[in-house]
Design a protein around this ligand. Structure first.
Ligand SMILES: Cc1cc2nc3c(=O)[nH]c(=O)nc-3n(C[C@H](O)[C@H](O)[C@H](O)COP(=O)(O)OP(=O)(O)OC[C@H]3O[C@@H](n4cnc5c(N)ncnc54)[C@H](O)[C@@H]3O)c2cc1C
Length: 409
């Protein structure tokens, strides 16, 4: 391998949402930032329904205008359906201050918009460059990198691992930890939706619960070009009992729900069905002397409340703030300034995810007798404001259980 190439302040592994936002913020502050991205953009990625809390972070990273101008599907809430029950949350009607609307995005396009913004701010992005090793060499870190036509080393003062499910540093440094969430399988695809039902609200994600098993649920995420993302989440043991192809299984499950089946009656399924097995993951720690883990490279919970990109952006926002201080030679405490604040919001989402699968949150969501104020508080968390401790359901997420009891009464 060649001698290490020139030294950067920060190398970011991965140009997905967390990597793009982190590198944009740091480049704007004048740091020398190199982003190493294994794939070539645009490339497919799952995670298409954003939450309004994201908008604040995109705005502070200087990316808002580019996202608005990209023409993505407007989103103002979430609709839920189960058997004969329907419910919806309008995110503009929420407890926490801040954005109440956002977008549903084709990630190939969205991730490219963000990465291009980071490049415009001065980040150097190398596509098709795969990071394969990490070595602490005194006051620097050395990474081995392989590209299509080269193998080389690069040095930096600090590494931000934004490699998503690639989980580069958790694998290389033995930081992987099993998630407390049960293993689940997701099947999903893009379709030409051809939805023309008057009662269908394109401005909301639709989450439907399987009538046979409330641990199985579906998403319908419409895009602005007449296409949509559809997917189903199944417990792994249920998936493993299946004898059919993933395509047929997805179609069979969609046929079981009234809402999805009705809305998609004319849909054209024209794209291969993809599968993700066992996506929930965790780590033993989120930072070290010369690295921090962002987004999915740290912990990923579950797709049900579309929290992934929001957590990824929040992690980039928090980590770059601490790293800026560290690079300026100021004292920092990654635990109290990064890991703990990030975890606080993740734990709010965790309580909601747990509540969804044990049924308590489904009881709350479909209850007709919710007070307006409580609905606003739940709406806030569903809109991504999981860090707003003024919200009683953020300050103490265990209140959900009590609320479910009241809703059942
Ligand atoms: C089924 C499913 C549905 C989901 N739906 C939603 C949703 O509706 N809304 C939502 O907000 N979230 C959703 N998510 C979560 C969302 O996909 C992720 O949380 C989000 O993409 C994380 O962003 P990131 O920046 O951490 O990583 P990513 O977006 O995964 O980006 C990581 C990047 O790192 C690159 N990389 C990997 N390895 C290397 C390497 N060795 N060297 C260099 N580069 C590397 C990858 O190529 C990739 O471009 C869903 C997840 C699943 C599993």
């Amino acid at each position: 391998m060649e001698k290490p190439r020139c030294c950067y302040d920060v190398v970011v592994i991965g140009a997905g949402p967390s990597g793009a936002v982190a590198s944009s913020i740091l480049s704007e502050k004048g740091y020398r930032v190199l982003v190493l991205e294994k794939q070539h953009f645009p490339r497919f990625s799952i995670g298409e329904s954003l939450l309004p809390q994201c908008m604040e972070i995109l705005e502070s990273a200087g990316m808002l205008q580019a996202v608005v101008e990209a023409g993505f599907q407007y989103k103002n809430g979430a609709a839920f359906s189960a058997n004969e029950d329907d419910s919806f949350f309008d995110f503009r009607d929420k407890f926490s201050p801040g954005w109440g609307t956002t977008y549903q995005v084709q990630r190939a396009q969205f991730d490219k918009v963000l990465a291009d913004c980071a490049a415009e701010k001065g980040a150097e992005i190398r596509y098709g460059h795969d990071v394969i090793s990490y070595k602490d060499v005194g006051d620097q870190v050395q990474l081995d990198v392989i590209s299509e036509d080269d193998a080389y080393q690069v040095e930096a003062k600090f590494i931000l691992d934004a490699s998503g499910f690639g989980r580069v540093l958790p694998r290389l440094l033995g930081l992987e930890k099993e998630s407390t969430l049960s293993p689940r399988v997701s099947l999903f695809t893009h379709i030409e939706d051809r939805i023309n039902h008057l009662e269908y609200d394109r401005d909301k994600i639709l989450i439907s619960v399987c009538p046979e098993n409330n641990k199985i649920w579906y998403w319908l995420i419409p895009f602005s070009d007449g296409r949509a993302s559809v997917g189903v989440i199944l417990p792994r043991d249920v998936y493993e009992q299946n004898q059919t192809s993933n395509h047929d299984l997805l179609r069979q499950y969609i046929a079981k729900t009234t809402a999805m089946n009705t809305f998609l009656s004319n849909a054209k399924f024209d794209t291969d069905v993809r599968k993700m097995d066992g996506y929930s993951c965790d780590v033993t720690r989120l930072y070290g002397d010369k690295f921090a883990l962002l987004g999915n490279a740290g912990e990923f919970l579950d797709p049900v409340f579309s929290s992934g990109v929001t957590i990824a952006l929040k992690s980039a926002d928090l980590a770059t703030h601490v790293l800026d201080k560290q690079l300026k030679g100021l004292p920092v405490d990654w635990d109290t300034e990064y890991a703990q604040p990030l975890k606080q919001g993740v734990d709010t989402f965790r309580a909601f995810v747990d509540g969804w699968y044990d049924g308590t949150l489904q009881d709350v969501i479909f209850a007709e007798n919710k007070s307006i104020q409580i609905k606003k508080m739940i709406s806030s968390v569903l809109a991504g404001y999981a860090w707003d401790k003024k919200n009683p359901y953020v300050k103490d997420p265990s209140r959900l259980k009590v609320l479910a009891e009241l809703c059942r009464a």
